[in-house]
Design a protein around this ligand. Structure first.
Ligand code: FAD
Length: 620
């Protein structure tokens, strides 16, 4: 075990993956004496699957983590070797920043963040058990018998709990390729009597880039004007590279079809449910049988690394079949496989056993975050890590919890979805999951969340100063736009076409017109010329959505009112005679934290909600 300076902490985080790093950093930022305990130092910040951060919905989560001064966005910016804003042609609400990352740099920068964070100590060792005080978790026990005491523990063990790797008909225990499974801890979790299930995910073979014929492949470059994740990042850190594009073809599909019975998934070796939105190539060939070709992105894994990640062909077929089908694709005729693709099955905990802090209701002192909660993806993991780490710190320090709402963030949407609805397949974020997505944009994540982060004690001085200065600039611009009223005639004279409807408009309203920028308004309010480009762009985005947001705000306020009606954890639903047995059992299992959450339970009726509300009112 790594040298322990002390063995008494406020918070211990188990696991140095994406959930664990943001959990530990958040706990320490919030002021808790924190330890991050993970299997090995080299495992910190490892990307088990694709070398990329962000994307649609996921990019929103990274921006929100960053707005709360978390680490994922800053590290991804430092490691980025190709940045692309997805959905660039659509509105800002559904655009998603994405970066291809240099794996080695990502790991190195994440390790640096963990080892340089005040109040955070990194320890290595395998956690096999918990220290219990009555029914409360009060620390962890390592494989060598050493103990680390804590007031709260956050478990972020990813795919490691009783992990089982499958390549064709070969199966063996493993947390991911090259790592042991956490079997003892898996059994220990079972001992709590928690609702556990099995899920699965897969990854493609890794290719030797030197053996790819890049010259005949289509090239996909990054954006000319890269959009970074962090509100603090100022520019690129690394040289930028292009990806290659190839396609599967009928020969590829024939090889896969002929060998389906040898696939771990189709050969009946795997019980767990896989991610619908990240299907294996076997899945694609079977489910979309009429499609003759699928696109495959060839993504370099780093600047000093020839390994290439072929995005779109994850598999659990045997190695010889992987070799054949990969070589059937254009540009890959002579390709060498460096590491075979594989599938992994692992235990997860039904997240309905958690409350909105991501704390287990029936095991006080224990929080869960990341893949262990049935999600998939680095970003979903990191965002949960932040919630669990922050709230574990708050509990340890005797402070109020910090709850995220569907109305303030994608983080709130995810936590609510998980804890209310549970998962039937690995959960990933989409913009369509957020009903208030016009206001929950990636571009305004700081405006939505940095004040909340400041109040929670999560935000450091540098970000706070940068945020205050930015808001001052936006405020100054907004004041000019609000204070200047113009007539249609003035607008037409300034070259902004509008019907002669006699309506007076503020320049802020005019800024919402299609194809209108702050620069277009300078003839009407010359002081606007003093605003920097970033402020001008942000004002335009805010103006564009202002009317929609106004409409959404009424709905959001109604929801917030219901969220404010807390339901005590020990609320006795059995006392409510008018409730059906089915609803009672759902309510008892989910135990919603507030009326809004109760309302989202499948089958819930307005009458049942009214019953619950009237009982809460009477009990108060
Ligand atoms: P991880 O990143 O797995 O981190 C877990 C950490 O816990 C590790 O550092 C490990 O060392 C540590 N640990 C485990 N047990 C112990 C213990 N007992 N004691 C101490 N430390 C411990 N995501 C997608 O979005 N799309 C995909 O297609 C996809 N495919 C995947 C394919 C494979 C084969 C794998 C393994 C993962 C895949 N993922 C995919 C998932 C992605 O890797 C995870 O969602 C993400 O890494 C989860 O983060 P996490 O922090 O929860 O866990």
């Amino acid at each position: 075990m790594f040298h322990v300076k002390q063995s008494e902490f406020d918070v211990v985080v188990v696991g140095g993956g994406h959930a664990g790093c943001d959990a530990a950093h958040a706990a320490a930022r919030a002021g808790a004496r924190t330890a991050l305990v993970t299997l090995k130092m080299e495992g910190i910040g490892v990307m088990s699957c694709n070398p990329a951060i962000g994307g649609l919905g996921k990019g929103h989560l990274v921006r929100e983590i960053d707005a709360l001064d978390g680490v994922m966005g800053r590290v991804a910016d430092l490691a980025g070797i190709q940045f692309r804003l997805l959905n660039r042609r659509k509105g800002p609400a559904v655009q998603g920043p994405r970066a291809q990352a240099d794996r080695a740099v990502y790991r190195a920068e994440m390790l640096r963040e963990m080892t340089s964070c005040p109040g955070l100590e990194v320890l290595t060792g395998e956690v096999t058990d918990f220290i219990m005080q009555g029914d409360r978790v009060a620390g962890i026990v390592l494989a060598d018998g050493s103990e680390v005491h804590a007031k709260a523990v956050v478990l972020t063990t990813g795919t490691f709990l009783r992990g089982l790797i499958h390549i064709g008909d070969v199966s063996y225990a493993g947390g991911r390729m090259g790592d042991n499974a956490a079997n003892k801890l898996g059994e220990r979790m079972d001992g709590f009597g928690l609702p556990l299930g099995r899920l699965k995910t897969g990854t493609p073979p890794r290719l030797n880039g030197k053996t790819i014929n890049w010259d005949i492949l289509e090239e996909q470059p990054g954006d000319d004007e890269p959009v970074l994740f962090s509100f603090l990042s100022k520019g690129l850190n690394l040289r930028q590279v292009s990806c290659g594009i190839t396609h599967t073809n009928t020969k590829t599909h024939d090889i896969i079809r002929e060998n389906l019975s040898r696939s771990a998934m189709y050969g009946g070796h795997i019980d767990g449910v896989g991610p619908r939105y990240c299907p294996s190539i076997e899945d694609k060939v079977v489910r979309f049988a009429d499609k003759e070709s699928h696109q495959v992105f060839l993504e370099p894994e780093g600047l000093g690394d020839d390994t290439v990640y072929p995005n779109g062909i994850s598999t659990s077929l045997p190695e010889d079949v992987q070799h054949d089908y990969v070589r059937s694709m254009k540009g890959l005729e002579q390709v060498e496989i460096l590491q075979p693709g594989y599938a992994i099955e692992y235990d997860y905990v039904d997240p309905r056993a958690l409350d909105m802090r991501l704390a287990l209701r029936d095991v006080p002192g224990l929080y869960l975050a990341g893949q262990i909660n049935g999600t998939t993806g680095y970003e979903e993991a990191a965002a949960q890590g932040l919630v669990a780490g922050l709230n574990a710190a708050k509990e340890a320090m005797g402070q109020d919890p910090v709850i995220f709402s569907r109305t303030d963030s994608y983080i709130g949407v995810m936590v609510d979805d998980l804890t209310t609805r549970g998962v039937s397949e690995p959960y990933r974020m989409f913009t369509s999951r957020a009903e208030y997505r016009l206001s929950l944009r990636a571009d305004n994540a700081d405006q939505r969340l940095t004040p909340k982060g400041i109040e929670a004690g999560l935000v450091g001085d540098t970000r706070r100063a940068a945020f205050d200065a930015k808001m001052e600039r936006i405020g100054a611009g907004r004041a000019i736009l609000d204070a200047t009223t113009v007539t249609p005639k003035q607008l037409n004279t300034a070259g902004i076409r509008v019907g002669e409807d006699g309506k007076q408009r503020t320049l802020y309203q005019v800024l919402a017109f299609p194809e209108t920028s702050v620069a277009d308004l300078v003839p009407l309010a010359p002081a606007l010329a003093d605003l920097d480009d970033e402020t001008q762009v942000q004002l335009r985005r805010d103006a564009l959505y202002a009317t929609y947001i106004q409409r959404q705000q009424n709905d959001a306020q109604a929801l917030q009112k219901d969220e404010a009606r807390g339901i005590p954890g020990d609320f006795d639903y059995d006392r409510l005679d008018g409730l059906s047995n089915e609803l009672k059992s759902k309510l008892l299992r989910i135990r919603p934290s507030n009326l809004a959450q109760a309302g989202r339970i499948e089958g819930m009726t307005p009458a049942a909600l009214a019953l619950i509300l009237s009982r809460i009112n009477r009990d108060q």
